[in-house]
Design a protein around this ligand. Structure first.
Ligand code: GTP
Ligand code: NA
Ligand code: MG
Length: 414
């Protein structure tokens, strides 16, 4: 069943705003820890991702927060086509008011098409003017609810711990009113790397956000051009986790190299496939053409895009009944004379039914099509493909497959 598998997930919130307006202090207060005091020079060096639990109407609710270093990582992630944020909290210091970077942050949120909650911070300070912040932002079409608009403004003091519960409530109310945040926890995990670094003792360490499915210790993953098996997972307090459901940020140990912020990760069947896919990715020039929309495309739509020169590659995942037929089909497809610009790339090939992992891989690579040669999908794979709009093509005669693919590639050449 479709919708039945989708269960509510916590909102993922990015805290943005002008330098020193109190983003880190706010997250700090929310977590009731002291991250800002530990930071060199009090400037955020990297993205932190945390999950907090609060209550709304007597119900326990989680919120995932991401702390951005003055938007740079956010911009880098967007440039890679990664969208991690559901809601943006725009922090504006009430004593300083709206600044150019405040507007820049707002524009990022709008480009990402996410609702904004405004945290008017530092209300404890002398000269704080929260009303002025509201009127300043009105000029940018961000109108407070109390003035007839649709944006929730919350006055806070991150330092004094004032208004924090109101802010958490505003985030959840905004999520509930404007977004229907659901994910299927019961599939191989997919998500995005928020940050990664090489740790002397532990090797590559990546903080990833799980977006769908559940990530488990022992899973084989590909993250951008990095791959490996999840050896251990830690939450933001350093506590070991066995599994991470949707919207959960975790540090992952076990990758063989360091991925980049914004790289998508997927779980694949085993280490061999992980290495294979990672090596294929590393071998090719990264496409400058980034995924513009989250929607998948059918083969027909892709033909059109190929014709228009909007995409330069046709990506395939080939599954077949026996290895001989898979190899024969792949050989024949790769032999189609496609000229310079038009390229056909086989992301993965294998013997057996089409599985959730195949669909997972097609989803991760925006416009990949799955070819089933004398095989059918597993029920859950078919459901996932239908739900996500992944195109699966079935053939039982090699030349029919060749004809269709050739037509697509010729379309590109003319
Ligand atoms: P960057 O990451 O460098 O962009 O800064 P930031 O937005 O994370 O600001 P940060 O949390 O580092 O806070 C900057 C300064 O403002 C620190 O000295 C904080 O202690 C102070 N500050 C933050 N929130 C408040 C507040 O509510 N009231 C007062 N009085 N000071 C605050
Ligand atoms: Na700061
Ligand atoms: Mg900061």
């Amino acid at each position: 069943g479709d919708e039945a598998d989708l269960v509510p997930r916590p909102p993922v919130v990015t805290v943005m705003g002008h330098v020193d307006h109190g983003k880190t202090k706010l997250l700090d207060t929310i977590r009731n820890t002291n991250v800002a005091a530990r930071e060199a020079g009090g400037i955020t060096q990297h993205i932190g991702a945390y999950q907090v639990t609060t209550t709304l109407d007597g119900e326990e609710r989680k919120i995932t927060f991401i702390d951005t270093p003055g938007h740079e990582a956010f911009t880098a992630m967007r440039a890679r086509g990664a969208q991690v944020t559901d809601i943006a909290v725009l922090v504006v210091a009430a004593d300083d008011g709206v600044k150019p970077q405040t507007i820049e942050a707002l524009n990022h949120a709008r480009a990402a098409d996410v609702p904004v909650v405004v945290a008017v911070n530092k209300i404890d300070k002398e000269g704080a003017d929260p009303i002025k912040v509201r009127s300043q932002l009105t000029e940018y079409d961000l109108v407070a609810e109390e003035y007839g608009g649709s944006t929730l403004f919350v006055d806070i003091s991150a330092k004094e711990g004032i208004g924090i519960d109101n802010l958490l409530e505003a985030i959840l109310l905004t999520a509930d009113a404007e977004l229907d945040l659901r994910a299927n926890p019961d599939m191989p995990a997919q998500g995005v790397a928020i940050e990664a670094h090489l740790d002397k003792g532990r090797g590559p360490v990546a903080t990833v956000l799980v977006q769908r499915g559940t990530l488990r210790v022992g899973d084989s993953i590909v993250c951008g051009e990095a791959f490996g098996r999840v050896r251990a997972m830690l939450d933001d307090n350093g506590k070991a986790l066995k599994e991470a459901p949707p919207s959960c940020p975790v540090q992952v140990l076990g990758l063989t190299s360091v991925p980049r912020a914004g790289d998508n990760f997927i779980v694949v069947p085993d280490d061999r496939v992980a290495r294979q896919i990672a090596q294929q990715r590393a071998a090719r020039q990264r496409s400058a053409e980034m995924a513009k929309s989250g929607r998948r495309r059918t083969l027909e739509e892709m033909f059109k895009d190929l014709e228009k020169g909007k995409v330069s590659e046709l990506k395939l995942i080939i599954k077949g009944d026996v290895s001989g037929s898979v190899e024969a089909l792949e050989d024949a497809l790769l032999k189609i004379d496609v000229g310079e610009e038009a390229k056909l790339r086989v992301l993965h090939r294998g013997v057996g039914a089409i599985t959730e992992y195949d669909v997972n891989l097609a989803m991760a690579d925006d416009n990949a099509v799955i070819i089933g040669f004398n095989v059918r999908p597993e029920v859950r794979a078919r459901e996932l493909a239908e739900r996500e709009g992944v195109d699966i093509r079935y053939y039982s005669v090699i030349y029919q497959a060749i004809e269709e693919i050739e037509a697509a590639l010729k379309g590109l050449l003319k």
